[in-house]
Design a protein around this ligand. Structure first.
Ligand code: IMP
Length: 426
């Protein structure tokens, strides 16, 4: 297999970082294709933990080419700060290519994001307040600056002069801070020097790499249920984390993605507001949250916790054509008294066979659960599938059977070694 896409199958935070790190060492090129510094994952490399948000996961390996592709929104200051932190930890030799077509995320996007959330009050989306939505909006309304604009200072200045008054109008309406052309230009000129050596036409680069048979890993950010079209709209992000969006975010043909590895947790979590049919609360949720370290990497917010939701996962499997999955954080469920698995959705007493697309309908969903016996043993040192407790294997086999997928990898702890690999991933 020459190319592989990694896709989060729930609401993000599925543990994609560990799997991406696992696969990145086999890749010539690691590509980030959507989202921005709303994403966050930590990876461990030679015993040191690194938190990455915008930078692709191959950045720690000097032989891997890292591509930030066309569909990404880049806060240049945040990206340079990530690079600075890496260099403090001794990582200063890396290969990073940034697309001319990628969108620049500016301070006014962050201000608009914050002001909107505030204005929405208790109807807020619960964004990461990194300006992601307003930035993608500017791209759609053709008011954004692109990385390629940094190449010509004169036209960059003209572009800022035409865009900024419109942004300031909006900020003024919210009573927020307005920006001057000088301020934005100073920021752009400051980051320009550092970014210039990395800026290329990544579309052309990736097309050539594909023809040359290079191994390309498309790393995912966020999760399928945060997709702006297929997720729990409007409580979603402003890009599509689905693997099917990769061609359109990289300039590669449909055939470029040979396989999609879905990443799911052994249970479900989400941060931010919005429907969550299998949500649980109370002491059980607290203990899963503590054990699974379920606090946002970016915002440190406690994550909401719920049982595994098979109808939700089935929906994502169908949309994305997933045949293989990695199941993460299984060890967190050890010693939970009994496990519940959502196997169906009912509305007004009738079973439905589709994923509701409106909040109103999702809120009416009554999940149907089966109860499964749990296991008490600590499984974190097990490396062989057959050595897992019987009830644990039953849980996994029920998931495989009901979802019609193969669990190719099981993660039983945060470390790279705490993994049961049932087949090669990449
Ligand atoms: P935004 O992407 O900052 O606009 O936030 C929109 C929604 O997506 C919020 O519910 C966020 O908590 C959620 N979100 C964005 N990025 C991530 C992520 O990487 N993991 C989990 N949730 C995320």
């Amino acid at each position: 297999m020459k190319t592989l896409a990694i896709e989060g199958m729930q609401w993000g935070d599925e543990g994609k970082g560990k799997v991406t790190d696992f696969c990145a060492s086999h890749a010539d090129i690691v590509v980030r294709s959507q989202g921005g510094n709303n994403a966050g994952h930590s990876i461990e490399h030679h015993g040191v933990r690194y938190a990455l948000r915008l930078l692709p996961s191959g950045i720690l390996n000097p032989d891997t080419v890292n591509v930030i592709a066309d569909g990404v929104v880049i806060n240049p200051k945040a990206m340079l700060e990530e690079l600075r932190i890496l260099s403090e930890k001794g990582i200063s030799s890396y290969q990073l290519l940034i697309s001319k077509r990628a969108t620049l995320l500016m301070p006014y996007h962050i201000e608009i994001d914050k002001a909107r959330e505030e204005a929405l009050g208790d109807k807020k989306i619960g964004t990461t307040k990194n300006g992601i939505g307003p930035c993608y909006e500017d791209r759609a309304s053709r008011l954004s600056l692109r990385v390629g604009d940094l190449l010509d200072i004169e036209s960059l200045q003209e572009r800022v002069e035409s865009i900024l008054p419109l942004k300031n109008l909006e900020l003024k309406a919210y009573g927020g801070k307005e920006f001057s052309v000088e301020e934005i230009m100073a920021l752009l000129l400051e980051v320009r020097e550092a970014l210039l050596p990395h800026i290329i036409d990544t579309t052309a680069y990736l097309q050539k790499a594909l023809k040359e048979g290079k191994k390309i890993l498309f790393e995912g950010a966020q999760g399928a249920m945060l997709c702006m079209t297929y997720g729990t709209f409007p409580f979603v992000t402003s890009s599509s984390p689905l693997a099917t969006a990769i061609p359109n975010n990289t300039g590669l043909p449909l055939t470029a993605v040979e396989d999609v590895l879905g990443i799911m947790k052994a249970y479900t979590t989400r941060v931010g507001a919005g429907p969550f049919p299998t949500e649980i609360d109370g002491p059980l949720a607290d203990s899963i949250r503590e054990k699974g370290h379920e606090f946002g990497t970016v915002t440190h917010r406690p994550r909401r916790v719920g049982w595994l939701d098979l109808p939700q996962l089935k929906y994502v499997i169908e949309i994305s054509g997933i045949k293989r999955v990695a199941l993460m954080l299984l060890d967190v469920l050890s010693a939970v008294d009994e496990l519940k698995l959502c196997t169906g959705y009912f509305i007004d007493g009738k079973e439905i066979d589709y994923m509701p697309s409106t909040v109103a309908e999702l809120e009416k969903v009554e999940p149907q659960f089966i109860t499964m016996p749990s296991w008490k043993e600590d499984i974190s040192s097990i490396r062989n599938y057959d050595e897992l407790p019987l009830n644990c294997r039953r849980y996994l086999e029920t998931i495989e059977e009901k979802l019609g997928v193969k669990i190719a990898m099981v993660s039983v702890g945060p470390d790279k070694e705490a993994t049961i690999l049932r087949e090669e991933l990449f």
